[in-house]
Write a protein that binds this ligand. Structure first.
Ligand SMILES: [Zn+2]
Ligand SMILES: [Zn+2]
Length: 338
């Protein structure tokens, strides 16, 4: 007899208002060698899940379970798994496999490994009652965060942290943040705690209010010029039209980091207006396990406050609609009720 669980799956990607997610019964996963089985307590809702549901991220196999910000409790160890014990609280994040031997893996850049595999895309994720993960890609979750608060740290937090590193903000520098959702609200706190002056440019009254509360030096609309020349900027919104605007707000030698996995088309750039004076643009691709470990330690040490909008597991589809419409304050998190 197979134990069954409830899970949300994406079978046929389409616009979110046409309900691409379906709640189904699935056999519980069985941990393979080196894997652990986790009972999901909470799973964050990431914009990548929305891209997957809508087909902007080409599905890798039909019927995948999304969700890569999973916090739960280990209930079973696969053969040879010995890093954790049953009952331990762990996090499951986006990156779940790398080859370990390619030039990228061997030089601390496993996020670029061509063999990399991802939770909730290549393999089933956490929009489910149970999930499995290779133990070497699981994280210990800092005790100071409750399940619901810890979940968004696992992608929004880690990717935001890597974006901040990629943006090469000088100490005490001025950072522009475009878009202020789950990832941005965590990244802003890390930057501010490290002495940065943070300027937030975003739509949505609630997002702006949150930015002010968290200590932003200024808050404006996404299409406003930054009030001061920026040393670095990060675009979290998937909107390519923001790229020229952000570049224009950078001072000499400034870096613009694009944090998303998907972005709409970027308009033509003008060399003088947008790039000359040694401005640069870079992208952020996934993260290494080291980024993850570093960020989780930092988040606990700096006392990062995670603003969440809890959503019952049964309403995952509504959570994605709210995210698409910009109606989420902080990070939406699916919580298990039963
Ligand atoms: Zn994500
Ligand atoms: Zn590799």
């Amino acid at each position: 007899m197979t134990n069954m669980m409830r899970a949300w799956v994406v079978s046929d990607p389409r616009p979110i208002d046409q309900s691409p997610l379906t709640l189904v019964e699935r056999p519980m996963p069985i941990p393979a060698r080196g894997e652990v089985l986790v009972r999901v307590h909470a799973c964050g809702v990431c914009r990548t899940d929305l891209h997957l549901a809508e087909g902007e991220l080409a599905p890798r196999g039909s019927g995948v379970i999304p969700g890569h910000e999973v916090v739960g409790e280990i209930v079973q160890l696969g053969e040879g798994a010995n890093r954790f014990r049953a009952g331990d609280r762990v996090g499951i994040a986006w990156l779940r496999h790398t080859c370990g031997v390619c030039r990228w893996c061997r030089t601390g850049r496993e996020n670029l490994c061509p063999q990399s595999r991802y939770t909730g895309w290549d393999a089933d994720g956490g929009y489910a009652e149970f999930a499995v993960v290779p133990e070497v890609f699981a994280y210990r979750v800092p005790a100071s965060f409750a399940d619901e608060q810890a979940a968004p740290l696992l992608c929004a937090g880690i990717i935001g942290y890597r974006s901040l590193l990629r943006a090469q903000l000088p100490p005490g520098g001025r950072l522009g943040i475009y878009g202020f959702g789950a990832s941005a609200h965590l990244t802003a706190q890390v930057a501010i705690a490290q002495g940065a002056e943070v300027h937030v440019l975003t739509r949505g009254h609630e997002a702006r209010e949150l930015a002010r509360q968290l200590g932003a030096a200024s808050v404006g609309g996404p299409f406003d010029p930054a009030p001061v020349p920026l040393d670095a900027a990060i675009i979290f919104a998937p909107a390519g039209e923001l790229v020229p605007l952000a570049l224009e707000s950078l001072g000499p030698s400034g870096t613009l980091a694009l944090a998303g996995i998907h972005m709409s088309d970027i308009p033509a750039l003008d060399y003088q207006r947008h790039l000359f004076r040694e401005r640069s643009v870079c992208t952020v691709t996934s993260n290494t396990r080291r980024d993850g470990e570093e960020f989780l330690v930092l988040a606990q040490r700096l006392g990062v406050q995670v603003t969440t909008t809890p959503v019952p597991f049964e309403h995952a589809d509504l959570a994605l609609r709210d995210l698409a419409a910009g109606r989420v304050r902080g990070a939406a998190v699916l919580t298990m009720t039963s």
